[in-house]
Write a protein that binds this ligand. Structure first.
Ligand code: PGA
Length: 247
């Protein structure tokens, strides 16, 4: 099965480097596959959206406002605006947002709601901290994050969840295949329960995914794709990850 690969550029890029990176990616047929997207800073959604016109590679946003209606919310970008710019996916609840912007369960549920209402797909990120992993409470911690938005997942046709252990993000530490398989199995069982048996569920893994570890992650039958941070800024790494996804 072809995997979904989303590159999360985080707060990186300038117009010139963005174009150079996309030129290299779009020249590689494996990166312009239907299940590849780039989550770019909101300042560059216009630039990248124009560049991706006519390509299969999708556009994704890294965050969305908790407010749906246009109004006096300085600095915010609504789901309707992201849809208008051509976004297909929106990251919701990335651990960096949870950590630095203290996003509550209520805010995350509102964001999920608005993304679905604007006919895009949220990529809901979950993951335990190192303390939670070491205490043995990691499954409960991650499933609690699903419960926080359960009302927004119930009855959906399609749900995308990215399991990203906080201790593996940007650290070079990648979760072992057994750790990924265990958590993905728990997540899938919980999602079938929450979203319903007919829901099309995609479970991505994220956390230090690189060209040299992606094969063992994608070899796991529990994994439907990857959310890639640092390596997505490097064209050659990105090409190898996309190629692995299409095998
Ligand atoms: P990383 O980031 O690949 O740089 O660890 C992943 C993410 O935060 O989505």
């Amino acid at each position: 099965m072809v995997k979904l690969v989303i590159g999360n550029w985080k707060m990186h890029g300038r117009q010139a480097s963005n174009s150079a990176l996309l030129d290299e990616l779009l020249a590689a047929p494996c990166c312009d596959a239907v299940n590849v997207a780039v989550a770019v800073p909101s300042a560059y959604l216009g630039q990248i959206g124009v560049r991706l016109a006519g390509h299969r590679m999708g556009l994704a946003a890294q965050d969305v406002s908790r407010f749906a209606e246009d109004g006096a919310f300085t600095g915010e970008v609504s789901a309707a605006m992201l849809a208008d710019m051509g976004c297909r996916y929106v990251l919701v609840g990335h651990s960096e947002r949870r950590q630095y912007f203290a996003e509550s369960a209520e805010v995350l549920a509102a964001k999920m709601h608005h993304v679905y209402a604007s006919e895009m797909l949220p990529v809901y990120c979950v993951g335990e901290t190192l303390a939670e992993r070491e205490s043995g409470r990691y499954v409960a911690a991650v499933l609690k994050q699903l419960d926080d938005v359960a009302v927004e997942l119930a009855g959906r046709e399609q749900v995308i969840v990215a399991y990203e252990p906080v201790w593996a993000i940007g650290t070079g530490l990648v979760a072992s295949p057994a750790q990924v398989a265990e958590m993905h199995e728990k997540l899938r069982a919980a999602l079938v329960h929450i979203a319903g048996a007919s829901c099309n569920i995609s479970l991505l893994y994220g956390g230090s995914v690189k060209a040299d570890n992606v094969d063992e992650i994608f070899a796991l039958p529990q994994v439907d794709g990857a959310l890639v941070g640092g390596a997505s800024l490097n064209a050659s790494q990105c090409r190898k990850i996309c190629l692995a996804a299409s095998n």
